[in-house]
Design a protein around this ligand. Structure first.
Ligand code: C2O
Ligand code: CU
Length: 469
């Protein structure tokens, strides 16, 4: 016993010496990255099983009308899977759709084989078949899952769900609330508009709906008590729509972006939620607000859209008192202008392809579902080393660029340095904009890099990066 322990101690000591040596050899950027987030998961030996059946369903949305959708477990918005950090997720997907599907765990750092990309990490799950996804999340936060096959149709029809990974010691918020932001393009009969990937959608910012919903409702209400402290998790599952929620009138601070805690609490003004993005807020309802109502409004477009109403009940409760969880270590990476760019991604469109318009990255349209060859420019990102990537939008459309399996930090916009004290997995590029990001890949394998406007992705705006030693 003692011998075994000594050996274990010696092994551990050896390992940390190696880590130390590696750290000394590494670049200043990698050293600054240290302690940003864990390299490995820490499983606690508890497995949480979930069954997710993707199938056509009828649900009641939009204040009472029935709607034919495709859904996981007949639910829109989809099931909310809640686990504690360190618990293992085992989710069995059963496909009862009329077409193949997969599940991608957006923002979750999973082993590559669990990433749900057909043609890259797994075969498509055919109708009638099942697939078991198993992984232990490395990070606590707000994540989501959705199909990665014909996603412009499957997500639009209602296939998405939420994965909430709770902290080891969750803060004692009065309420933990989720708002799933979405929009729906409905026909005059109130059905989901049945043509997908239309020329119009492709020539614009994807498919934007005519009904905007929060949690499937056009008038979502959140009832709170004066004094309460709320954790509000926002998630944009729309195909193309970007939201800029206005929280004025509420004492709200952003504590996490794309699942990961920020370095400090941030003012939510001006934050944009592109498709795929999440934002967690820490809201304290002042004790003197009893009886008041605050409407949270989307201000991304010219026409303000009311999203939801916060109704403050008269009862007053004591405000839970604890430090903001937003205190992550996020590197500054200040001298990035001089550091070389590992890859540049030029984003543009051209005529052609099955939909008449193709969206391209460096002149190439790629779809992993084409069972074809990989894209020509699979960029290698060295494992554990710092890389800078540049996205250059040569078009006038929006492109929320998403990288699977990694978090990155925005370093510059249009050549000017920006200091975002948080990580992202998706960054929105506006017309003609250039964005530079820095990252230290922590998971080996072939990972998607694509636009999260699902029509843009579907018509070619995808590529792969390969993380290896
Ligand atoms: Cu939510 Cu490949 O993305
Ligand atoms: Cu795009």
């Amino acid at each position: 016993m003692i011998v075994a322990r000594t050996r274990a101690v010696r092994l551990l000591a050896g390992a940390s010496v190696l880590a130390l040596l590696a750290a000394c050899r590494s670049s200043p950027e990698v050293r600054e990255f240290t302690n940003s987030y864990p390299t490995e998961a820490t499983p606690v030996g508890v497995t949480r099983e979930f069954a997710l059946t993707a199938a056509p369903a009828t649900v009641t949305l939009f204040d009472g009308r029935p709607l034919q959708v495709w859904a996981y477990n007949q639910q829109v918005p989809g099931p909310v899977l809640r686990v504690r950090l360190g618990e293992t997720v085992r989710a069995t997907l059963t496909n009862r759709l009329p077409q193949p599907t997969t599940i991608h765990w957006h923002g979750v750092r999973v082993p590559n084989a669990m990433d749900g990309v057909p043609g890259v990490t797994q075969p498509p799950v055919q109708p009638g078949d099942s697939f078991v996804y198993e992984f232990t999340p490395k990070d606590a936060g707000t994540f989501w899952f959705h199909p990665h096959l014909r996603s412009s149709e499957q997500v639009e029809r209602g296939l998405f769900g939420v994965l909430i990974v709770e902290d080891l010691a969750p803060r004692p918020y009065s309420q933990d609330v989720l708002w799933v932001l979405d929009d729906w393009l409905l026909t005059s009969e109130g059905e989901i508009f049945p043509q997908f990937n239309t020329r119009h959608d492709l020539a614009h910012d994807g498919r934007w709906g005519n009904v905007v919903t929060v949690n499937g409702r056009t008038r979502e209400q959140l009832v709170v008590k004066a004094g309460e402290r709320i954790r509000l998790r926002l998630l944009n599952v729309a195909n193309g729509r970007v939201f800029r929620p206005d929280f004025s009138g509420l004492d709200a601070k952003v504590i996490a972006v794309d699942g990961m805690y920020a370095a400090r609490p941030l003012d939510p003004a001006g934050f944009e939620l592109a498709p795929g993005n999440r934002l967690d807020l820490d809201i304290t309802v002042a004790a003197d607000r009893g009886g008041q109502r605050v409407v949270v409004t989307d201000r991304f477009t010219q026409r303000p859209i009311p999203l939801a109403e916060v109704i403050v009940a008269d009862a007053v409760v004591a405000t839970p008192d604890f430090a903001s969880p937003a205190r992550a270590h996020v590197p500054v990476w200040g001298n990035t202008q001089e550091l070389t760019t590992r890859a540049e991604y030029r984003l543009d469109a051209r005529r052609g392809g099955p939909f008449g318009i193709q969206w391209t990255i460096n002149g190439e349209a790629y779809d992993h579902a084409d069972h074809g060859a990989p894209p020509h420019n699979v960029q290698t990102l060295p494992y554990g080393e710092w890389s800078k990537l540049r996205f250059a939008n040569d078009s006038f459309r929006l492109h929320p660029m998403h990288i699977h399996g990694q978090f990155f930090k925005v370093l510059a916009r249009n050549g000017a340095r920006v200091e975002e004290p948080f990580w992202r997995d998706t960054v929105l590029l506006h017309a003609k904009e250039t964005v530079e990001v820095g990252l230290v890949p922590q998971d080996r394998g072939r990972w998607m890099l694509h636009c999260h406007i699902l029509e843009h992705a579907e018509s070619g705006m995808m590529t792969l990066v390969e993380v290896r030693d």
